[in-house]
Design a protein around this ligand. Structure first.
Ligand code: 13P
Ligand code: SF4
Length: 362
């Protein structure tokens, strides 16, 4: 029969042009450029990245990058952390500075400072432990109070460190991650407390059990929190024998029903391990769908990778290949405007980040 001819769509042309233009600029900029990207970025962007990773891996890699320009494909706090850890004179660029992790906005630095003042007013030593998904201003407050940053990959280690260091820990902003890690450490729910806050600080502090060792900020990731325990049960019923894993930003009631939980890199390794060790098996993953879809395509025919439920981060999705092209073009023309970080916040914020890198070993 006749061979069907492929008639390219206009959009195919446009996308191919963008892809080719990004590749050409990468070639032109050579060693002067390093493109870093988070695992939740879309495939077209990931394809151009020199380095991909979870939040911890990306932060760890920055000090070893020598390129003059780091283009960071991810959300704003990740770019800020990269700018903090970059060498003097190195420029960090975000293809979309408006991509901002919603959870990171749940802990305004001024409010966190006020709450820490209230919690330490009696002389109690409270160690703040901030998830990396926070603003620079918040990381600076944490640094000032002798605390540290953590990521989903090291939150358990960092929580143990913080609990050993003070009389109590203020974990912020993700209450779900905090509770999931507390469970791993065997800290009972009656040793934890989710703070009741308003815009001015603690509501009726005397009525709250603030003497408990783990105090949790009442924030969470709305995208992961949407995934429910019933979806794990439904997946097990529909795919008997399947393995269910999820990101620890999911609510504890769901994590309890999973076989394992961990950072985006952990989820990637789980899929690779299953494809290798248990061909034909099914892995159900509860996390952002760009990553799940990529793993499904990667392991097709060996391991069936399914999404536990719809979870799309609209901010991660704001970074597109076209915006990456615009950023590289501006760099090549010398007109790019790199990310600037407020000088006064850098010292204390860097302390909280480097404390994490030190505790967990670089
Ligand atoms: P990881 O640290 O696991 O990469 O996750 C970052 C994040 O924003 C998850 O929602
Ligand atoms: Fe932030 Fe949630 Fe998006 Fe991760 S998935 S970047 S925590 S809003």
């Amino acid at each position: 029969g006749a061979t069907p001819t492929h008639i390219p769509l206009i959009t195919d042309h446009t996308m191919n042009d963008i892809t080719a233009a990004v590749a050409a600029l990468k070639e032109q900029l050579g060693d002067r450029l390093c493109i870093m990207g988070h695992h939740y970025q879309n495939d077209a962007v990931v394809a151009h990245c020199d380095v991909t990773g979870d939040s911890l891996e990306l932060a760890r890699r920055v000090p070893g990058v020598d390129a003059e320009h780091i283009v960071f494909c991810g959300v704003f706090f990740m770019g800020e952390s990269a700018a903090l850890l970059a060498k003097p004179g190195q420029a960090v660029h975000l293809p979309e500075p408006g991509a901002d992790c919603m959870m990171s906005l749940m802990t305004p630095a001024g409010l966190a400072r006020r709450v820490l003042e209230q919690l330490t007013a009696t002389g109690r030593r409270i160690v703040p432990l901030a998830y990396v998904n926070t603003t620079l201003g918040l990381k600076a407050v944490v640094g000032e109070y002798g605390g540290a940053v953590c990521t989903s990959a090291n939150a358990e280690t960092m929580l143990r460190w913080a609990l050993d260091k003070g009389d109590g820990v203020l974990f912020l902003p993700d209450k779900h991650l905090g509770r999931n890690m507390a469970k791993k450490l065997g800290l009972a729910p009656d040793r934890q407390h989710i703070l009741r806050l308003n815009g001015h600080g603690l509501i009726n502090p005397e009525s709250q059990p603030l003497e408990r060792p783990l105090l949790l900020w009442p924030g969470c990731c709305a995208i992961h929190a949407r995934l429910k325990p019933e979806q794990a049960a439904a997946a097990r019923a529909a795919h008997p024998g399947c393995r269910v894993v999820a990101h620890p930003e999911c609510r504890p009631e769901l994590i309890e029903r999973c076989d394992a939980a961990g950072s985006t890199s952990f989820l990637i390794k789980e899929a690779a391990r299953l494809a290798e060790e248990a061909p034909g098996s099914t892995l159900v993953i509860g996390t952002e769908n760009n990553l799940v879809d990529r793993l499904a395509a990667r392991h097709k025919g060996r391991c069936r990778v399914l999404s536990l439920g719809r979870a799309i981060c609209p901010d991660m999705a704001k970074v597109t290949e076209a915006k990456l092209l615009a950023t590289l073009t501006a760099i090549a023309h010398g007109t790019a405007e790199p990310l600037t970080v407020e000088a006064a916040l850098c010292g204390p914020a860097r302390r909280s980040l480097t404390r994490m890198l030190e505790v967990c070993g670089k």
